[in-house]
Design a protein around this ligand. Structure first.
Ligand code: BGC
Length: 720
């Protein structure tokens, strides 16, 4: 089992020793002061400035905890960072940050290097604003394509999510800024999220969402874990003794601190159940009527209900993370090269946009006087983003903001944010011989008029998804499906570009020639879309989530709680257990619309010479060849398809993004984390590999397995 060295600036033991020494010198008042954070003022949504935030603090955001200058402890200042340094709403003077593509697009790149580079860029931009904590690292599994926040997560697969989430954290922490991994655990839907009880069989939880956290923690040593809003098996995440104390801290030996999500702490005794810091305490007043970790926690302490050793431990964990990451010892701010950060955002978008379908219409010829209709999706203005606490304002501002609205606290934040430049402008640049015309896609009839007199139609389909809202179904909003169907009927050369955070239903799929899944591609997204459509970039993204043909194929055709008023107690039974996404499709045999791992290229690849070696785990070696005429990148995937004793279960064991020139071959070796071959046995509290024959396959996608091989493994117990 790989256990890479901690990527911290001080060694583990140094940080521990310092934390202990500093904590010993503290008064109880000082100790308690570190156990909470305050939300900064957000005039835009009516959150006033809290008097406990000193006047001189101008760089407010999601979290502020006063420092202790006499002990060299800086104020702890946190901002969101799912797609870049966010929350400009807190700081009217902020000139904007790099708006990176959404995490699900990074998931589609299957490229850990991009996650790391993006993380490091976010770390630098955070530091330049004085933020030493980034609320990044969303690694909930995409269990339901209606979940409004899937764009903030990487994938439906625990291993892919862990590898990418870990690299994002490593990038951020390499700049001396703490990162979270969040939201621990099973905050997989937004509907009634504060009243949601996620029921799962505990061993299956270990093999899915918890395994993502476990592997990501081992690979990145995040300074903090953020506990989610929901309950898991009846206990709120922030007060879940089993998940926080028994699993995270005891079984995994996690040494950082657990912070709650904002408004997730009704009780002071969560301190006894593993929570170390109550975040954004005003949100708890809003949600539950009082702060938990201020007066109530102190009273409990005075009454002897909390051992002083636990109070010290909470403080030590926070200090340890500050010291281990170097957040207390910054020196001069790193240079922030915004042009370079734009390049990172652009490269990510190039690698993460997925070509789903291409009946030969792409790439577009750049040397012909084509009449091209660009239709819908505000493509004359910019590209769409997801909404909620992760929304980022780019330098220079948005190209447009359309207020969508909705009930609840998040309704005011639910906007269509458009990032410039526009796809139309970028296409004009790359198609100098063509005549491009725009139609807003306002009605099918109007859009058809332009489609009919064009050689090619590029129709954009966009959907705002975001925090606090799940989609009711998989359709595109505002009649866009009807517009796309109509223009496809009018013009056989229709290409669709989707800017969404989840799969959509695509009722027009068979009528169109090509489909590009651009996700929320960030501030450089328009350029990447134009480059891919014109062949300046060869698409190489692969789906990190399964696109179902219909919701009936998913474990929950009906989403529990949907349609009830916000605040209705809701139970979701994750009866699929660890068989999430492609694993579920393998189990049920249903044929998805597009499988996990699917993604086309303008060149082609072939696999050969698979050798499967045994040992403590499985190692597969094979050759990838670019059999086409263009340079391109492939992402061969190694899957387990059958474990010992005929246990048919699908698991992504490994992947690698390989760039190849035409005709070039490369040998690739992938070694499985043995836990992906094992079952978690709660009875003994260990991972167990059953002795016997294991079948693996190398594939282009979960439903396109080209080579298979077998090996045998001995019985083994792998620890907790
Ligand atoms: C979100 C978190 C976020 C926090 C602070 C919450 O509403 O769930 O992901 O980090 O707000 O903004």
């Amino acid at each position: 089992m790989s256990d890479p060295q901690p990527r911290t600036k001080a060694s583990e033991s140094d940080a521990d020793v310092r934390a202990r020494r500093v904590e010993e010198q503290m008064t109880d008042d000082e100790r308690f002061s570190l156990l909470i954070s305050l939300v900064g003022a957000v005039p835009a949504v009516g959150v006033p400035r809290d008097k406990r935030i000193p006047d001189e603090v101008t760089n407010m955001s999601a979290g502020y905890t006063p420092g202790l200058p006499r002990l060299g402890i800086p104020a702890i200042q946190a901002s969101d960072a799912s797609m870049g340094v966010t929350n400009p709403g807190y700081r009217p003077d902020d000139k904007g940050a790099t708006a990176f593509p959404a995490s699900i697009l990074i998931g589609s790149s299957f490229n850990p290097r991009l996650a790391r580079e993006g993380g490091a860029a976010i770390g630098r931009e955070a530091r330049s604003r004085g933020f030493n904590v980034q609320l990044a690292g969303g690694i909930n599994l995409a269990r339901d394509p209606r979940n409004g926040r899937n764009f903030e997560y990487y994938s439906e697969d625990p291993f892919l999510s862990a590898v990418l989430g870990a690299e994002a954290v490593n990038g951020i922490q390499s700049e001396g800024v703490i990162s979270t991994l969040k939201h621990y655990s099973l905050n997989c839907n937004e509907t009634n999220r504060h009243w949601l009880d996620a029921i799962i069989e505990p061993d299956a939880h270990r093999e899915s969402d918890l395994l993502a956290f476990q592997i990501a923690i081992e690979r990145s040593h995040p300074g903090s874990i953020m506990s989610g809003y929901n309950k898991i098996n009846g206990e709120y995440a922030s007060g879940n003794n089993h998940l926080l104390n028994e699993v995270l801290k005891d079984a995994w030996g996690y040494q950082g601190y657990v912070m709650s999500d904002w408004g997730a702490v009704p009780e002071w005794d969560y301190a006894l159940k593993g929570l170390d810091q109550e975040s954004g305490i005003q949100m708890d007043v809003h949600q539950w009527g009082s702060e938990a970790f201020t007066d109530r926690l102190r009273a409990a302490y005075t009454e002897g209900k909390i051992p002083s050793e636990r109070l010290s431990e909470m403080v030590r964990r926070i200090l340890r993370s500050l010291f281990a990451v170097g957040a207390d010892n910054w020196g001069p701010a790193p240079e922030v090269d915004m042009a370079k950060h734009n390049e990172i955002a652009l490269e990510a978008a190039r690698q993460g946009i997925v070509l789903l379908k291409n009946d030969g219409v792409l790439p577009l010829a750049t040397d012909q006087p084509l009449r091209i209709a660009v239709i819908g999706g505000h493509a004359q203005e910019g590209v769409a983003s997801g909404t909620g606490s992760g929304a980022v304002m780019p330098v220079g501002g948005f190209a447009g903001v359309v207020k969508i609205g909705g009930p609840g606290v998040m309704g005011a934040m639910r906007n269509l944010f458009l990032f410039p430049p526009s796809p139309l402008a970028e296409l004009i640049k790359l198609l100098p011989e063509a005549q491009l015309a725009f139609d807003p896609g306002y009605t099918p009839a109007e859009a058809t008029l332009l489609a009919k007199r064009s050689d090619v139609v590029i129709a954009f389909g966009i959907r705002v998804e975001g925090e606090g809202f799940d989609s009711a179904d998989l359709s595109l909003p505002s009649g866009q499906d009807a517009v796309i169907a109509a223009v496809a009927d009018a013009n056989p050369n229709t290409i669709v570009v989707l800017e969404t955070g989840n799969p959509v239903s695509m009722p027009w799929r068979d009528k169109v020639k090509a489909i590009l899944q651009a996700w929320y591609p960030g501030q450089a997204g328009a350029q990447a879309i134009a480059e891919i459509l014109t062949g300046a970039a060869n698409p190489s993204g692969r789906l990190p989530v399964t696109f179902p043909a219909s919701l009936d194929q998913t474990p929950r055709p009906q989403l529990p709680g949907q349609g009830t008023p916000w605040g209705t107690p809701t139970t979701i039974e994750y009866t699929e257990g660890a068989e999430v996404g492609y694993r579920w499709f393998a189990k049920t045999g249903a044929e998805p619309m597009y499988a996990f791992g699917h993604g086309l290229s303008y060149t082609s690849f072939a696999y050969s010479d698979l050798q499967v070696a045994d040992g403590d785990t499985i190692t597969a070696t094979f050759t990838v060849t670019n059999t086409g005429d263009l340079a391109g990148a492939d992402v061969p995937q190694l899957y387990l398809t059958e474990a010992a004793a005929g246990d048919r279960r699908m698991r992504l064991l490994g992947f690698e993004r390989v760039e190849l020139r035409p005709g070039e071959s490369r040998q690739v070796t992938l070694t499985a984390d043995p836990r992906l071959l094992a079952r978690f046995d709660g009875g003994v509290g260990q991972w167990r590999i059953t002795e016997g024959t294991y079948t693996v396959a190398i594939g282009k996608a979960a439903d396109t397995l080209d080579l298979t091989g077998q090996t045998s493994l001995k019985e083994a117990f792998l620890g907790s």
